[in-house]
Write a protein that binds this ligand. Structure first.
Ligand SMILES: [Zn+2]
Ligand SMILES: [Zn+2]
Length: 354
């Protein structure tokens, strides 16, 4: 039996549908992984929509990109190697591995420098190549397979996107300034992953911001020191400033909309850095003198490098990092999982099992 099943998005705006098809033929360096765990990320909701909102009616239309259609989404993948294209990888057969999905062209200077995630010809699994909402996924090279040892695979799969994205963002905020505060905006999968990692990396004063009390409660369990419900606050900027005792030097914005960006710029102290990782979208006016006056760095960060994911796994395997809430569902629940994420009905990560 050389057939397999995958959930294909066949048109933007539609739902993924189960399709049975032949297993692909493997090229020499490629490996076939039987998927056991696939985390559902908010990016998949944007891919399903078919565009990224740039505000004021402007959009990035994915139909104009090199994304294939039909597309099997899913980029947080753990599975077991079941076939290899070359005998050199034979020892990997039967091994459980986490997949680094942010694959680049492999040839350009950026890829050669180890930053596949910044490649201009991205080959990311689940976005530009067929991904993990399937029984099987093809990985083009063994170097993208990482050993997770004794880690719970349901949690480990989330390290490939939500964990890696915030780990890479947190690296940009090191070293921690004395008596300084870190605010993390948005307590979805990224924000919750950031809380316990930030603690492990030495941030002692962490403020979790969200619009929902159940997500803030989850943040508190993971180690957030202070909580701010920005929807219930009449003056969230002044409240955040006061909570941070005017020493807010670091912000990770996992939402990325005009209100969250303005709140971050409006509340940070001098000599601070705001890292945007959220993709909710929109446009906002920038009060230009605030950047020099506050010696403020406003930066964006996209996922992370293969080297960073390797470092993250090593850090997590040391222990002492709290696990974000995970609900596991069968892969056939993909459409419901996407709509729960879209509607803000999921606390933590949904992980699907084929
Ligand atoms: Zn993701
Ligand atoms: Zn490249």
């Amino acid at each position: 039996m050389n057939v397999t099943q995958s959930y294909q998005l066949q048109q933007y705006g539609g739902q993924p549908v189960a399709v049975t098809h032949e297993l692909p033929r493997l090229s020499e360096n490629a490996l076939l992984v039987e998927v056991t765990h696939a985390g559902v990320c908010h990016s998949d909701v944007y891919i399903q929509d078919g565009y990224q909102d740039l505000g004021n009616g402007e959009k990035i239309n994915f139909a104009d990109s090199t994304m294939p259609m039909p597309l099997v989404m899913g980029h947080e993948i753990v599975g077991r190697v079941v076939a290899v294209g070359s005998a050199k990888n034979q020892a990997l057969v039967g091994q459980q591995r986490l997949i680094y999905p942010w694959i680049g062209c492999g040839d350009c200077p950026v890829c050669q420098g180890g930053h596949d995630n910044h490649c201009e010809q991205p080959q990311s699994l689940g976005i530009f190549r067929q991904g993990g909402y399937a029984e099987h996924v093809v990985v083009p090279d063994a170097r993208y397979l990482l050993d997770i040892g004794e880690l719970d695979p349901a949690w480990a799969c989330t390290l490939a996107c939500s964990g890696l994205t915030v780990f890479s963002a947190l690296q940009q905020l090191l070293p921690v300034k004395p008596e300084s505060y870190l605010a993390i905006i948005g307590m979805g999968g990224l924000g919750l992953s950031a809380i316990s990692l930030a603690k492990k990396l030495g941030f002692q004063r962490i403020i979790a911001c969200d619009i929902a009390d159940d997500r803030l409660a989850a943040a508190q369990k993971l180690g957030a020191d202070l909580l701010l419900n920005t929807a219930r606050s009449s003056a969230p900027e002044s409240e955040l400033k006061a909570l941070a005792q005017h020493r807010l030097h670091s912000v990770i914005d996992t939402v990325g909309n005009p209100a969250t960006v303005q709140m971050a710029i409006g509340t940070v102290a001098k000599g601070s850095r705001i890292v945007l990782v959220g993709l909710q979208g929109g446009q906002t006016a920038l009060r230009i003198p605030l950047l020099p006056f506050k010696a403020l760095s406003l930066t964006g960060s996209y996922t992370g490098s293969l080297d960073e994911l390797t470092q993250l796994i090593a850090l997590v395997r040391q222990g002492g990092i709290a696990t974000l809430p995970i609900s596991q569902r069968p892969l056939c629940c993909l459409a419901d999982a996407l709509s729960d994420l879209r509607n803000g009905n999921a606390v933590g990560r949904i992980v699907l099992n084929p």
